[in-house]
Design a binder for this molecule. Structure first.
Ligand code: CU
Length: 150
């Protein structure tokens, strides 16, 4: 192999590695955005709280599939949907919340929310805690949740 060929091969390899690195970065941050994150004590369940936020979809359809908080905040976290059943609000667990590509989904009172159960201490307005959000695509986003007055 001539010196020239070797140099050319090194270049090609370098560009390939760099390209793969950039592709992974782009893939990892697939454009999902989470804004307006807040929580309040649940008006429906003692010792529980609900977290709300706005999730903007990325380039591909995705879904929020789970969420978690530190063990010193709450014992259990579920994805819930509030629905009207026989004229009454009732909550039920959902396995995922679809986030369409380019669309946006609001987790808000009366609809989808992240349910924190088994609160270690009651949430105080002004308090901030982290929540990890896991998406079907494998993306995980950690957001700061601000406790607001219910
Ligand atoms: Cu709930």
């Amino acid at each position: 192999m001539s010196e020239r060929t070797r140099t050319a091969l090194m270049w090609i390899l370098g560009v390939a590695v760099l390209g793969a690195g950039i592709w992974m970065l782009v893939k990892d941050d697939d454009g999902l955005r989470v804004t307006d994150v807040w929580a309040r004590s649940s008006p429906m369940v003692d010792g529980a709280a609900a977290a709300y936020m706005n999730i903007q979809g990325g380039a591909e359809d995705d879904a929020l599939v789970s969420a978690s908080v530190a063990a010193d905040v709450a014992g259990k976290v579920e994805l819930h949907e509030t629905r009207m059943v026989d004229g009454k609000h009732s909550m039920q667990m959902v396995l995922g919340i679809d986030i369409p590509a380019g669309g946006s989904v609001a987790l808000e009172p009366g609809g989808y929310h992240i349910m924190l159960m088994g609160l270690v201490e009651p949430l105080e307005p002004g308090e901030i805690f982290d929540t990890d959000l896991v998406f079907e695509s494998g993306a995980t986003i950690t957001v700061e949740v601000e406790v607001r007055e219910g």
